[in-house]
Design a protein around this ligand. Structure first.
Ligand SMILES: Nc1ncnc2c1ncn2[C@@H]1O[C@H](COP(=O)(O)OP(=O)(O)OP(=O)(O)O)[C@@H](O)[C@H]1O
Length: 379
């Protein structure tokens, strides 16, 4: 069995001799990725600062391959671990390439002279983070996102056994977020580098984590596999979500549900309803959604935003009970929006709903664009 690479024992961390977090228990093997998640101010950075030895534990210890990290020399530690922090480093007249090259210093001689091989590793690291185009630019004159990528290149260049990153995705656009996480995954899988990273994007955390540590704002800590940690209720509790919801399965967030009695019925399904539900949410108009199967991709969004969702059991034909409930909701509504859900043998009765609405003198809108919707609903 593969051995634990980094672990803690009875670890407490905090400031001025006072513990902020106690009993921090983590165990990660070589090539595994641990992601720290949790609300602002919970203590994620404090844990990372202890791991990188910027702070001393209040009690207990951190062990790499069984050796307490405080017993490593600075040079040994620099060869073992590279660090990507959000804090800006001070540089004077340094190009991005110079900053990346700093990652090679644990390997250079007394004068810090880079060999041809070092230079090659610097170039490869710049290429890895797609930063060759800014390699010769002044490091103090690049954007936050570019700086983040250069700091990653510096860490990559260090050829560490373990890399620690504090919110490395915070300034990155979506392309570079994905690229960064791909680089971390590749380092973990191919080079067997252990990765410890804090992230605010829980949907991304769910995609790369082998283990997750939830750092709660009240000093609680949970450690486990993603499938144990990423449940809707745990994430809602962790972040104290009172308005809006987070769906772990899809990694999507919905804002607060509109209040009031629904006067609109949305006949959606198969992903055709989502834009309409969100449009109604932005207008602050309560609505009923139906008839949806519980495994329909519209369902989680409808459940988060609709005052009521009329459902049918998955893989069953739309039955009398659901159909009658939908008709009652249409009776209560002024407008029915048909978002054009495709129908087949199981849900063919859904086609009858707009007919029912018209027969009962309700206004029916078929696949309205947002301008039409607003014109009709906000008169
Ligand atoms: N130097 C310090 N002295 C005293 N308390 C501090 C110090 N630095 C941070 N703290 C406090 O420690 C707590 C944890 O902060 P930390 O930066 O570890 O949280 P975090 O989970 O990383 O937050 P964020 O997601 O906002 O970055 C906060 O209440 C913070 O105010």
């Amino acid at each position: 069995m593969e051995q634990v690479y980094i672990e803690t024992q009875d670890l407490s961390v905090g400031y001025h001799g006072k513990a902020l977090l106690k009993d921090i228990a983590l165990k990660v093997k070589k090539g595994e990725i641990l992601v720290l998640i949790g609300p602002n101010g919970a203590g994620k950075s404090t844990i990372l600062k202890n791991i990188i030895r910027e702070m001393q534990p209040i009690s207990g210890g951190i062990y790499i391959k069984g050796k307490n990290v405080k017993d490593f020399t600075s040079k040994q530690y620099a060869k073992t671990m590279s660090v990507v922090l959000t804090e800006k480093i001070k540089t004077e007249m340094m190009t991005c390439r110079d900053v990346v090259a700093m990652g090679r210093y644990p390997y250079t001689n007394y004068f810090g002279k880079l060999t041809k091989e070092d230079e090659q590793i610097v170039t490869e690291s710049l290429e890895k983070v797609s930063a060759m185009d800014i390699a010769e630019k002044d490091f103090s004159q690049i954007s936050d996102g570019q700086r983040q990528r250069i700091m990653l290149a510096r860490a990559v260049c260090q050829k560490p056994e373990i890399i620690v990153l504090d919110e490395p995705t915070s300034f990155l656009d979506i392309r570079h977020k994905i690229e960064l996480l791909d680089i971390l995954l590749e380092m973990a899988v191919k080079d067997k580098v252990t990765v410890i990273v804090s992230l605010h994007e829980i949907e991304l955390a769910a995609k790369i984590a082998d283990y997750v540590m939830c750092v709660g704002g009240n000093g609680t800590i949970e450690f486990g596999r993603p499938e144990q940690i990423f449940t809707d209720s745990r994430i809602s509790t962790l972040y104290g979500l009172q308005q809006g919801t987070y769906n772990c399965l899809y990694g999507s967030t919905e804002l607060k549900k509109p209040e009031g009695t629904p006067r609109i019925f949305v006949a959606g399904g198969a992903g055709t309803g989502i834009f309409t539900y969100r449009e109604l949410q932005r207008m602050g108009l309560a609505f009923t959604a139906g008839i949806l199967y519980e495994n329909d991709c519209d369902y989680p969004v409808a459940q988060a935003l609709a005052a009521q969702v009329i459902t049918e059991k998955m893989f069953e034909p739309v039955g009398e009970e659901a159909f009658t409930a939908a008709c009652r909701a249409i009776d209560e509504a002024d407008i029915v929006i048909d978002t054009g859900c495709p129908t087949g043998q199981m849900n063919e009765r859904v086609k009858e709903l707009p007919e029912y609405a018209k027969a009962h003198k309700k206004q029916v809108l078929f696949c309205p664009d947002s301008e039409t919707l607003r014109n009709c609903l906000l008169q």
